[in-house]
Design a protein around this ligand. Structure first.
Ligand code: SF4
Length: 249
């Protein structure tokens, strides 16, 4: 189970380079309105030990300290990513935090890209939508093309409809990154609905699509990953149509 500090890293990855992470969820818990069968943070029920959410002032202080230290030490930073133990937009200070992170970025490392990984359930809230429009990379999750399938993979807590999420994604007018997990479980296989998923991609026209699969231990048993080659084959029509697709096997 991953348990991250408010500001963590930098972690080096080939895709993002040297990346600072921001976890606006509890340090020793998990808060999410999904409970995905593949979640690297484990099941929601096992993450309720710590429910204290950090506030905007704490993030400002922690990030300013980290950026000052990094500048002094000459540590390169290429990106700052909201990616914690749960869904970042559930923190009530999320819109304020995005504004603060952008201001600090401009001050310390103006060329750094700010990204947010979100399950896209809260795009219907104006303040969340407006905040996501401000960052360089709003990375929006869509794993299932029907609500019934989302119930199997993402296990939404509360009301959820893929149609509503897709309508909210349309408001980005293609200026976002779509992220989709490909996997097989005992009652779901991404390959079965990839045709409908590609039609959604064609209508949303995201400027980038990230297709990935299981990487670490998952809370649910019996999940199988796809290889990069298999995923490439599945999304080949989109690649041939010129979509910018990143595949992470
Ligand atoms: S949306 Fe993300 S944090 Fe939430 S359960 Fe799914 S994988 Fe975990």
């Amino acid at each position: 189970m991953m348990r991250e500090e408010l500001v963590f890293g930098p972690i080096f990855s080939r895709r993002l380079g040297s990346s600072l992470g921001i976890n606006v969820l509890p340090e020793k818990g998990k808060i999410c309105n999904f409970d995905c069968i593949y979640c690297e943070c484990g099941w929601n029920k096992d993450g309720r030990g710590d429910t204290r959410l950090p506030v905007a002032a704490e993030l400002r202080e922690a990030l300013a300290a980290k950026l000052t230290e990094s500048l002094e030490e000459g540590t390169p930073i290429d990106s700052i990513t909201f990616s914690g133990d749960g869904e970042p937009t559930l923190n009530p200070d999320f819109p304020q935090m995005v504004g603060d992170v952008i201001r600090l970025r401009d001050l310390y490392y103006p060329s750094v890209k700010v990204s947010v990984l979100t399950n896209a359930t809260r795009l219907g809230r104006k303040e969340v939508f407006d905040a996501l429009r401000k960052v360089d990379n709003p990375i929006l999750k869509l794993d299932a093309v029907t609500t019934a399938d989302a119930k199997k993979i993402n296990r939404p807590q509360g009301r959820y409809s893929t149609d509503a999420v897709i309508r909210n994604m349309e408001k980005f007018k293609g200026d976002f990154v779509l992220q989709t997990m490909f996997l097989r479980s005992p009652d779901f296989d991404s390959a079965d609905t990839v045709g409908e998923w590609m039609d959604i991609v064609r209508s949303l026209r995201p400027r980038e699509v990230m297709v990935y699969t299981i990487d670490r231990e998952t809370p649910a048993q019996g999940l199988q990953k796809y290889t990069a080659e298999q995923m490439r084959e599945l999304v080949l029509p989109l690649i041939e149509e010129g979509f910018n697709i990143q595949i992470k096997g």
